[in-house]
Ligand binder design. Structure first.
Ligand code: PRX
Length: 635
């Protein structure tokens, strides 16, 4: 057995060295020994970051669902693949074995085929965290359709934009969703979105909340009767290594969301390998990632990575606060969770509630704790370590992105000594670089700069759907021959990395990436608004919250500011979703601009963060006088 399971630090260094000295040999061995191929590759890797073009395992043929499901049927057919934990703790959890998963994915795949979906077609999945979500994802992969999962908290406008961008043929949704004590009318949102979409031919509707909804004749179909009638086996479509597996949208600092395209073989190999090592998953473990499958974390580390390893993965439909803040710990105890992976924002929200909830539960099953999505502050790290892991469960602070497909910088549990707030070391095969403002790589330790990756890794996104130029401009133009992450980082005296945050206009709120431009566009649609600028400011629980500076047209003057604030947030909710609502809105007579008309966000950020001691050089501003006015009226 080669290097598949790393157990201590020396082994990490040894395997790491091998993986960067001879990446092709290294990845070939991993791919060869641990996955099921219909045909082996002709070439392990070809790449050219100037185009950019990256191909892994070219010539290979496979189906990822054979790796995630079929091959386990012989050895672990009766093992639980997915534990579904419903929103309401009184509703029973569902244990889906690998055999049952096979049956359900095949039936779903046959339903899709019957509705005219084939290889290469795009299917939009807009579902809550119910088994049908994972099953739909896998069913698409079974038949070679490209899934585009849209987080079910996005608004109808956001959904329509995503459906149209990739011209999806089908939407899979449900009659509604539960979220704590609330229900959400998902089908209503889909109906509204589809008024703006021409490409959708059919809508499949799962029943979840039993609400009375409208079904459009000829277009909408209840899912369950179709599944009941479908055949329980489905021959997998044989895919080429570089065939697209899915599209997942992520916000950019400007323009519409970017449909990141992930392909099949490299994504499979890398997510499976990282899952196994980072979390040190063992055969009998129960693993739980609290993310939503609507985000990359859910794709890679609820569905593909765990299932590829034959793991038991928990899917939780609800929220951490329902029926009370003890819910996570209740689930850990109930399912004897061994690996628990969540976001800093959830840890901070739980920490605020104190330890009473924790003390009521037996958390002794926990072996490894993970975090992802944003920098974790020291206080939250220690709270997690002391109270949840009782100092016995290593914390893996995993840094990665929608674009990277899998975890990039992270401790390997039990192998890498952890350090609060540090994502620590590059994962096997990952070659990070810190860059200075002149585009030069900063060598050595105890330095900080902009984080790039200088060599391809198997699960990197290959393009932006329909816009390869934008892919190149966004990720491969800032620095020569390197992938630019958009993050800043520092490297300490032993080579550990700490991610310091975004260096562009993306703001991470509660672990969700939000681009400023789409929010500003939404605000500017308000008839009374002339102009707006959004910045982030530190927030105890969300990490960052949004602060909007808004200038009004003459028609808006004299209007009640509180009403305007409500209307602006309403517009944002409609255009994007409630996650993008602003915490603070300040009305001002102008925005600080450079002589070329660019808004000086740096100054606005400082004012929003109440860090006005040194505003830097304001002399180059076109209108320096507005700075004082904004400071005087800051919220
Ligand atoms: O800024 C980094 C932050 O989240 C960004 C990626 O967001 P997204 O594509 O939504 O993917 C999130 C889940 C993988 C990164 O550019 N980020 C993610 N993980 C960490 C982090 N920042 C600090 N520490 C992390 N562990």
């Amino acid at each position: 057995m080669s290097n598949y399971h790393i157990k201590h630090l020396e082994e990490y260094y040894q395997v790491y060295r091998k993986s960067v000295r001879n990446p092709e040999v290294f990845w070939e061995e991993i791919a060869e020994e641990h996955f099921l191929w219909r045909k082996k590759w002709d070439n392990v890797l070809s790449w050219d970051f100037s185009k950019p073009e990256v191909k892994w395992f070219e010539g290979a043929q496979l189906n990822i669902t054979e790796n995630c499901i079929d091959r386990h049927l012989y050895t672990r057919g009766d093992k639980t693949a997915i534990i579904f934990e419903p929103n309401d703790p009184k509703e029973e959890a569902e244990h889906i074995t690998y055999r049952q998963l096979h049956d359900r994915v095949c039936r779903m795949a046959n339903v899709l085929k019957d509705k005219g979906i084939g290889k290469g077609d795009r299917v939009c999945i807009y579902l809550p965290m119910i088994p049908e979500l994972a099953i739909s994802v896998l069913a698409c992969a079974r038949i070679g359709a490209i899934h585009s999962v849209v987080f079910a908290g996005f608004s109808s406008t956001a959904l329509a934009t995503r459906i149209n961008d990739s011209e999806c043929k089908m939407v899979i949704t449900s009659d509604g969703s539960y979220r704590g004590a609330k229900t959400i009318d998902l089908k209503g949102i889909v109906d509204e979105a589809l008024e703006e979409c021409n490409s959708i031919e059919s809508v499949l509707v799962a029943k979840r909340i039993n609400s009375d909804i409208n079904m459009k004749d000829g277009r909408d179909h209840w899912l369950q009767p179709l599944l009941d009638d479908a055949y329980h086996d489905c021959v997998p479509e044989i895919m080429n290594a570089e065939d697209p597996l899915f599209i997942l949208y992520t916000s950019g600092s400007t323009g519409k969301p970017k449909g990141m395209v992930h392909t099949t073989a490299g994504y499979m190999v890398y997510t499976a390998y990282t899952f196994k090592n980072v979390f040190q998953y063992r055969e009998k473990d129960v693993y739980w990632c609290t993310a939503d499958i609507g985000w990359i974390t859910g794709h890679s580390y609820i569905v593909y990575g765990p299932l590829c390893n034959g793991a038991t993965t928990v899917m939780f439909e609800g929220v951490p606060s329902y029926p009370d803040f003890g819910r996570f710990w209740d689930i850990v105890e109930k399912h004897k969770v061994n690996q628990f992976y969540t976001a800093p924002t959830a840890i901070r929200a739980l920490a605020k509630e104190g330890v009473d909830h924790l003390e009521k539960h037996d958390l002794s099953s926990l072996k490894v704790l993970g975090t992802v999505g944003e920098p974790i502050n020291e206080e939250a790290w220690h709270w997690y370590d002391d109270n949840v892991g009782k100092k016995k469960a290593p914390i893996v602070d995993t840094w990665w992105q929608t674009e990277t497909g899998g975890i990039m910088i992270t401790p390997i549990a039990f192998a890498t000594p952890t350090k609060p707030t540090y994502a620590t070391l590059p994962f096997i095969g990952i070659q990070p670089a810190l860059m200075d403002e002149h585009g030069q790589e900063i060598k050595g330790n105890q330095v900080d700069g902009r984080l790039c990756i200088k060599f391809p890794w198997p699960s990197m996104a290959r393009t932006i759907w329909g816009n390869h130029q934008r892919y190149k401009d966004t990720y491969f133009s800032a620095y020569d021959n390197k992938y630019f992450t958009g993050d800043g980082a520092l490297r300490d005296e032993v080579g550990y990395y700490r991610i310091t945050g975004r260096v562009d206009d993306v703001i991470i709120v509660s672990g969700h990436n939000l681009g400023t431009a789409p929010i500003e566009d939404a605000i500017n649609e308000h008839p009374a608004v002339a102009e707006s600028a959004i910045v982030g400011f530190p927030h105890d629980i969300k990490g960052n919250a949004l602060y909007g500076y808004v200038t009004l047209k003459e028609t808006g003057e004299g209007r009640d500011h509180n009403n305007l604030r409500k209307e602006i947030n309403q517009l944002i909710t409609e255009q994007i979703g409630p996650i993008a609502k602003l915490d603070k809105i300040q009305f001002t007579n102008g925005l600080p601009k450079t002589r070329s008309g660019k808004i000086m966000r740096r100054i606005l950020r400082k004012i929003a963060s109440k860090d006005t001691g040194n505003l830097g050089d304001t002399s180059t501003l076109l209108n320096p006088e507005v700075v004082q006015e904004i400071m005087d009226n800051a919220l």
